[in-house]
Design a protein around this ligand. Sequence first.
Ligand code: NAX
Length: 332
Amino acid sequence: MAEPLRVVVTGAAGQIAYSLLYIVAKGDVFGPNQPIILHLLDIPPMMGVLEGVVMELADCALPLLHGVVPTDDPAVAFKDVTAAFLVGAMPRKQGMERKDLLSANVKIFKVQGEALDKYAKKDVKVLVVGNPANTNALICSRYAPSIPKENFTAMTRLDQNRAQAQIAAKLGVPVRQVSNLIIWGNHSSTQFPDASHALVNINGANTAVVEAIKDAAWLNSVFVETVQKRGAAVINARKMSSAMSAAKAASDHMRDWFLGTEDGRFVSMGVISDGSYCAPKDVIFSFPVTIKCGKWKIVQELGITDFARKLLDATGKELEEERQEAIQIIEA
Ligand code: NAX
């Protein structure tokens, strides 16, 4: 059997981690033959709760789980890790402005970037889930200069999965038959869920989703808004934010990054922008990507309509503003 991989999950005592740890530890992300050692980071007041999570992981009796390292020390948490799920972040509290949230979180991600730089493997793959995910990932990368920028990504897979589920429901087909939905830009309400390149497989043949649905008005309004506001709808119903679906999306993202995308299918990830599709450079922008041998590549030459252009520009502008605010906070 292979040597165990060290995998860190931050925010390990929180609600997303509660679902994510089980999915990772049972082999759904790194494969059924890859043992892992889980490093669990949270803050000192959560160490008691974390102890309970560690007990439950032991009680799952999972054959691939070769060790668990619970800690409140980033130096221990990031030591020799090959994969990092950065889930832990300060949640938005009542009365908190967006700027206050950004301020608290960019400081956390600066510290974690420095710890990754110092202690993690140089080829570590980092997925930022904690919000504002794109800008947190950018800050983390800036403070980890010895790790390639390509190794820092932000999660928009939950938005992609939500988009795929909406299209499948509209067409009355299983979700597996729908592919190539794109989430462009920021994981925020300015994100652009784009079905114009999506495919639906009916009786073994691929058809464009736009042809199958034949309702451009629905695709450009109801669909886009439903995906953009799905997080808020879940909070309204559950009185807590998405957790099971967020954990599933984080595991989908990391699995595809490690094991590759299927032929003919692309997925969306927040990655360092090279200016493709006239997106601003040097922000973490969600693009359609394909992945081979652990390396992602932005899918090129997809047609962009005037409608899409406006939305891509708006989400890009928001990311530039967040970057500027984050840098001001850190340099203050
Ligand atoms: P919880 O509040 O349940 O858990 C967060 C955990 O992080 C807590 O245990 C907390 O103590 C810990 N934490 C705080 N600061 C930390 C630090 N410096 N180091 C380590 N741990 C720290 O939140 P949960 O529902 O699990 O959500 C976690 C994050 O995911 C939030 O920022 C949330 O906004 C974000 N989300 C991102 C999504 C995405 O698609 N990118 C979707 C789901 C989710 O809303």
